[in-house]
Design a protein around this ligand. Structure first.
Ligand code: FAD
Length: 282
């Protein structure tokens, strides 16, 4: 799975697929169910690590990307399939003069991954703009209003269900947008892109490894613990941003996991704060 995850590390999936439409996804899920294989839905793998031992089931990365805009005066509802890239969508809608997604400029990953994990940055998050999500559960397609997703910081009702025997698939999301000035939006997004560029360490990573503890910054704690630059194999705690672990070459999942355990143990020992993973380990 190192070819399908942004950390560029990890073992093999027994089966890997890229369904491009909901019917393909439905048939893949039935196929896995018949064989008793565990199933994981994926997006672009920018928040996922597969252990070196591999995953003994099917990983299916959803690729449907169509979208449609329903305008009503100064507001619009954007319905978009879950395989669409968040950053590309934000740019396209911004250029059309629709505000709401600007914060997602440069955010790696898909709409589906963002909806599941309540992705957020630069003053916005999915919870703040989602109207509803279309979800495949078993053979049924359900429309969930945003309240049903029970959003909180980097989590949702769906996130807890991703590890079950029949994980729900986000097929599509509907976002609420408002009309904005294209030039102002372009300037705002250019500022976000510049900030992101200056803060993002170079190299392969999964973004922030740990969630921020309440009222704290995980990166600040890791830095204060003296762990910047600490390495296991080719996995290194970034000296630019301590909540990033960068694969500088041929890091294995075991290297990254060992570093994660060192960080957790040191931050707990020095500050009494247990760090929770933002990244999903398979
Ligand atoms: C350099 C870098 C910077 C980042 N910066 C940020 C940031 O600023 N803010 C932020 O919130 N995140 C950030 N991230 C993390 C990542 O971008 C988000 O978590 C993103 O939403 C993950 O999307 P994905 O498609 O890659 O999901 P994946 O990693 O493929 O999957 C993540 C989870 O979602 C589930 N999933 C994915 N798609 C579906 C679907 N269609 N249906 C059901 N379940 C699904 C998977 O099973 C898994 O549990 C960053 C990552 C990187 C590499």
């Amino acid at each position: 799975m190192e070819r399908h995850t942004s950390w560029r590390a990890g073992g093999a999936a027994r089966y890997y697929a890229e369904p491009a439409m909901s019917e393909e996804a439905r048939r893949l899920a039935a196929w896995a169910r018949e064989r008793g294989l565990p199933l994981v839905w994926a997006g672009r793998g920018t928040n996922t690590l597969v252990r070196d031992e591999g995953f003994a089931g099917l990983i299916a990365a959803y690729r449907a990307q169509a979208w449609q805009l329903d305008e009503a005066g100064d507001t619009a509802l954007l319905s978009v399939e879950a395989g669409a890239p968040m950053a590309g969508l934000a740019r396209r809608l911004g250029a059309m003069g629709w505000a709401g997604l600007a914060w997602a400029e440069g955010l790696p990953g898909t709409v589906g991954g963002a909806v599941v994990g309540n992705a957020g940055c630069y003053g916005g998050d999915v919870a703040g703009i989602l109207h509803s999500a279309e979800i495949l559960i078993g053979e049924m397609v359900e429309t969930w209003p945003v309240a049903r997703l029970r959003y909180d910081y980097r989590t949702s009702a769906l996130k807890g269900a991703t590890d079950t025997d029949a994980p729900p698939l986000v097929l599509a999301a509907t976002f609420r947008l408002t009309r904005g000035d294209p030039a102002e939006l372009a300037a705002h997004m250019a500022a976000i892109a510049a900030q992101r560029k200056s803060k993002t360490p170079a190299g392969s990573s999964c973004g922030s490894v740990f969630k921020n503890p309440p009222g704290e910054s995980a990166g600040r704690l890791i830095e204060a613990a003296g762990l910047k630059g600490h390495a296991v194999g080719d996995a290194v705690i970034s000296s630019a941003h301590a909540n990033y672990i960068v694969n500088t070459g041929a890091a294995t999942a075991a290297d990254i996991l060992a570093l994660i355990e060192i960080v957790r143990a040191e931050v707990l020992r020095q500050f009494g704060v247990p760090l929770e993973l933002e990244v999903r380990i398979l």
